[in-house]
Design a protein around this ligand. Structure first.
Ligand code: ATP
Ligand code: MG
Length: 674
């Protein structure tokens, strides 16, 4: 504890005081409780992540923590990078800040010879392939969608610690909707497990399970791990799943030096097994826990905070959930804006123009984000931003240091470094080396993969420029060493550009301006969630996560049709009701309601067929392709006769492959149900 600060600590205590001075009273109470269990239960932007990083810094500065004995875990590589950056900013090095997976991987690699009797096994690169063969052994006929769903069920079972035998009963109790009968799924699961065992490989879930097992079953491993790590911190704890909790318990081994922080309103992974009850029940498990609630939102303007409060206030009350209303602390800002557009390209163009206007008015592009529900929505925004001349970066794509162009560049730089280098010439040298791959600095390609490649290499140059600014003596070998360390830590350099990210990938992050786009029912809430009220609520929380990323400017938009000329039949997201002010454009013209009534009345396959044809010809025209390229008459007929209500039902029809499903599925369903 802080009293332990002895004579040599007197100097360090000054650092500790500085660290605490940057917090408010409640945050300080949590940060200065450096021993024993601590739980921070608080809403978005209230400084949870700030409090844990300051708590670690305080513990280190007072001598209560040895940095190497602190393990901070979170859920995405990017969030772990954010923790490291913030700790670095507080002058704290040596603390492990990792994802659960990265931490488990590192430990298992070390202990593999001891517990597995050999080197670290290989990892399953592509689960779908193994699931596909397991499914065919079980004589199931699958397509891409049902395979993905099968893999999802296996992952859910494993993260909730259900064996194949447990699966049917557990799936039923949890209200899962597996793509096949539960016993068949269990059979695929069992067969998948034995195939993995036969090949001697582990999947991501095994990594955690085997690590937990190694600690639970091998006393020497447990001793070593527990001697190494003495203080645990978990950010975003609302999204912990039973498998991760089991690993955390194994690390702790009955000790209570654990600090968890989270926001139950930001639980967005319960579909994959996360359980906010670990967060909500923390104080019951640790009755002497220091429990801190934070309410002041330091991130967002009162306008953004009011919208977030309203949105989450419309959710039905959940048992055991404390009300977490946010109190905006920042100065007033612009009111959130809402826009309805006729189609997606128009929506994207408007967003791109707004981004451009912000950049021209002085907001750095890296302080702007466009957030969408599914990754497939990003392409139209990539095109629009390129057309508007606004640089952008995609988040949640391939890891930076694993991109082929980056690997190649790093190899070339390493080769060049071996030949020695002139001091003071780092940036031009890096440029020269990259130019040898055909990269031309002032000529970014207009879009697509080529642009991504160009941007990755530009980020390497920017990084060199930043490093030289910090340390003018850095040379090429120094740069190469730095890159290797970063690659180890999976910490991509920041690229100057508007961030395009899924709402899931945006968790924990913040920007000055945020555009939340594509807000139509069937996308948010996503179509697959509509049959289950809890799943719809998870979608609401996802929107809550998205809007609370904005510091100042928040824009929400949707478009009535997907393609230009398409039927303007998509209702805006149900979550916007009550948020959109009366004066804003609304999306439900009377004409549409009439049409809906008419179809219900007639209800004939022939009538639907004609409407599908009309939709098809508009879609084909917009894409400048012949109509049959969109869908054939036979497929339209099958749709008209069977009237599919879900993507899965649609996928079962002849002529609907994965690509057609992705391109037209939502539109076809909207046409059918209109
Ligand atoms: P989320 O739930 O979205 O992860 P969070 O609770 O982790 O949010 P932080 O990211 O830690 O919130 O903080 C939000 C913003 O507010 C950050 O920019 C942070 O630096 C700032 N902030 C937090 N607490 C304070 C404070 N006491 N004084 C000034 N700024 C603060
Ligand atoms: Mg946070």
């Amino acid at each position: 504890m802080s009293q332990m600060v002895g004579a040599p600590g007197a100097v360090r205590a000054t650092g500790a005081e500085v660290v605490l001075a940057q917090l408010d009273d409640e945050q300080r109470a949590a940060a200065s409780a450096v021993s024993g269990p601590v739980c921070i239960l608080a809403g978005a932007g209230t400084g949870k992540t700030r409090t844990i990083t300051h708590r670690i810094a305080y513990g280190v500065h007072t001598g209560a923590f040895v940095p190497e004995q602190v393990l901070a875990v979170t859920f995405t590589a990017r969030a772990a990078g954010e923790l490291r950056t913030r700790l670095g900013g507080l002058g704290v090095g040596g603390v492990q800040a990792r994802t659960f997976h990265a931490a488990a991987m590192r430990q298992l690699r070390y202990f593999a010879p001891q517990v597995l009797g050999g080197p670290m096994p290989g990892l399953v690169e592509n689960k779908l392939r193994l699931v596909a063969s397991a499914a065919s052994r079980a004589r199931l006929t699958t397509d891409r969608t049902s395979l993905r769903d099968l893999a999802g069920e296996i992952e859910w079972a494993k993260t909730t610690l259900a064996t194949p035998e447990d699966y049917p009963a557990r799936a039923r109790a949890a209200g899962r909707e597996p793509p096949f009968e539960a016993p068949a799924v269990a059979q695929v699961y069992a067969s998948y497990e034995s195939a993995k065992q036969r090949d001697g490989v582990l999947d991501f879930e095994d990594l955690l399970l085997v690590t937990a097992f190694a600690i639970e079953e091998h006393a020497p491993v447990a001793r070593q791990i527990r001697a190494q790590y003495r203080h645990f911190v978990v950010d975003e704890y609302q999204d912990v799943n039973p498998l991760q909790q089991r690993l955390l318990d194994a690390w702790l081994g009955g000790r209570a030096d654990v600090c968890v922080v989270g926001d139950p309103n930001q639980t967005i992974y319960s579909f994959t097994g996360a359980d906010p009850d670990y967060l909500l029940g923390f104080a019951d498990r640790y009755p002497d826990a220091e429990v801190v609630k934070l309410e002041r939102d330091y991130r967002s303007t009162p306008q953004v905070v009011a919208l977030a409060n309203k949105l989450i206030g419309q959710a039905p009350p959940r048992k055991g959930l404390p009300g977490l209303r946010l109190l905006g602390q920042r100065a007033e800002g612009p009111a959130p804006r809402f826009f309805e557009h006729p189609d997606e390209p128009t929506e994207a163009a408007a967003v791109a123009q707004a981004c451009r206007a912000l950049v021209e008015a002085g907001t750095p592009a890296s302080e702007i984000a466009v957030l969408f529900r599914i990754n497939a929505q990003s392409e139209v925004y990539e095109n629009a931003l390129s057309a508007a001349g606004v640089p952008y970066v995609l988040r949640g794509g391939e890891r930076f240091f694993e991109r082929p162009e980056v690997r190649e560049a790093v190899l070339l730089l390493r080769g060049a470094a071996a030949g020695g280098s002139e001091p003071g010439a780092l940036v031009p040298t890096v440029r020269d080396v990259l130019a040898s791959t055909g990269w031309v600095e002032h000529r970014p390609p207009p879009g697509g993969a080529a642009r991504d490649r160009w941007q990755s290499l530009a980020a390497l140059v920017d990084l060199a420029v930043d490093l030289v600014a910090e340390d003018p003596t850095i040379d090429l070998p120094g740069f190469v060493t730095h890159l290797a360390a970063r690659a180890d830590a999976q910490h991509a350099p920041t690229v100057q550009g508007v961030t395009l990210a899924s709402m899931h990938a945006a968790k924990g992050l913040e920007w000055d301006a945020v555009f939340v786009v594509g807000l139509v029912d069937g996308v948010l809430p996503i179509a697959q969630s509509l049959s289950r009220p809890e799943a719809v609520e998870e979608e609401r929380r996802l929107l809550y996560v998205a809007v609370t990323r904005a510091r100042e400017h928040l824009t929400l938009s949707w478009s009535l049709a997907r393609n230009p000329g398409g039927r303007r039949s998509r209702p805006r997201s149900r979550f916007l009701t009550g948020l959109v002010p009366e004066s804003a454009p609304t999306a439900a013209p009377a004409a549409r309601r009439q049409k809906r009534a008419k179809v219900v009345l007639e209800g004939e396959a022939g009538e639907l067929f004609e409407r599908l044809r009309a939709w098809r010809s508009a879609t084909a025209q917009a894409a400048s392709v012949p109509a049959y390229v969109v869908l054939t008459d036979a497929t339209l007929q099958a749709i008209a006769e069977s009237r599919p209500g879900t993507l899965r039902e649609l996928a079962a029809l002849p002529g609907i492959g994965a690509r057609k499903l992705e391109l037209y599925g939502e539109d076809v369903l909207a046409t059918v149900s209109a």
